[in-house]
Design a protein around this ligand. Sequence first.
Ligand code: URA
Length: 292
Amino acid sequence: MEIALTIQETTKKELIEALSWQVEMGCDEALLDDPTLADDWQVSLDQVMASNTAAQEPVISPPSSAQAQPPLAQLSEPQPQTSPIANPPSDKTKDSIAHITSLSELKQSLSDFEGCDLKRTATNLVFSDGDPAARIMIIGEAPGKDEDRMGVPFVGKAGQLLDQMLASVKLDRQSVYIANIMPWRPPGNRPPTAEEIEMMRPFVEKHISLKAPDIILALGGTACKALLQSDVGIMKLRGKFQQYQTITNVASLSLPMMPCLHPGFLLRSPQHKGLVFQDLVALRRKADAIGQ
Ligand code: URA
């Protein structure tokens, strides 16, 4: 019995160390079959918002399950690095988008676009959800199985958790606007490749500029890296506002952006809910400050 306990304890310690190492290395998605839905987001936002803490560094009580976090890398000021463009979009693509002046035209031009192979394996184009007049634009990675079937972003398990995340700061689907870096589901839910992301960049930039939000919430490492043209991992980026800037000639825009952990990651690692809540509170505060 004694030996068994020792082995269990050692194994637990090793597992926590291995997990911490993975997080530090930037592994921000885990693929398991049976995620646990988090259900204790009901912390007191009013209490948090009423505190005098600086907007970017709220001191809050995280949801109870977030208290026993494995050690994370020291979160220093992120310095996004520019990565080389894997596959620059063609001038023809950019020219065909440049003249577009409405979200419905952009949706139509995506429907007509034949340059991306993902379109051929997807069931539906997943363009957006929420209020086109909302001040906050949420940008995720790519549709999954449920989103592909319904043609709406974030409607599966990760989407249900996103709804809970938003509710924790008194937001909902109707008070934000939601889109993805990639409007078609990659087969088998693999992450979009660098080439696919670059091919679709003009559409994403046009989408953001037509929507013209005050602030962006970027969910997960893929979206953050794509939007910031950065190789810095999400664990280092999150928690601090970054400046999103367009780089193609289809739009010219510079906006504050909060990098945040992806709800799909949170389903597998609910112990990080506290970090997400901090980022959402900072987002909410900034949005409120801009709106005043
Ligand atoms: N994950 C995403 O990044 N986007 C979706 O729409 C669904 C899951």
